[in-house]
Design a protein around this ligand. Sequence first.
Ligand code: SAH
Ligand code: MG
Length: 216
Amino acid sequence: MREELQQQCARYVAELFASEDDVLRQLREALPESGLPEIQISPEEGKLLQFLLRAVGARRVLEIGTLGGYSAIWMTRALPEDGVLISLEIDATHAAFARSFIERAGLSGRVEVRLGDAMESLVSLEAEEPFDVVFIDADKRNYPFYLDWSVAHVRHGGLVIADNAFWKGRVVEDDGDDPDLAGIKELNRKMASDPRLCSIIVPSRDGVAIALVNGA
Ligand code: SAH
Ligand code: MG
């Protein structure tokens, strides 16, 4: 399909299946105004995450990489009343922005934005109950570590999801030794070959890698 036609089809899907409400639209528009990068997931990916969370009956979700809370709001809206989402964020400005929009969305009681380096926050999460889903979307060089941690702390039948699996197409180009690219390629390779996982990359925008945790 021509690239232009492909973009039209993506818009068609977004308009038909994944329309934003006022809070999500205002959040997206406020990102650049507040000096935050516009690297949030797309509305179609938000709907894909909702679909996946509902499909596995998710109640406890962990997100690694909050930014402005855009993906957190999409995901939390797919949870039951007693569902919780913990989102890890290293940047205090991002975390404050996210908390204010999570509040506006009426989800403060169900979302906890934990400030700190995820590499450290994950250690303190080890003692808690397992998660139904982990969504990995932070520093790409640590993707392999995040995947290993997630596979160990997601219940059987749960999911590990990672954004930016194509890294703007660079996974198929020979791009030298960039540690972020290497991290993503390693996560993709591990997801594809780990016998405990059934995995695929959904080729939406920048690629969403999905692994179902089955046990050996
Ligand atoms: N999931 C968000 C986008 C996340 S962008 C959405 O789709 O709406 C990636 C985020 O990860 C940034 O906010 C960045 O500050 C954060 N981040 C980067 N390295 C991190 C680390 N080591 N620990 C926690 N957060 C990190
Ligand atoms: Mg991303």
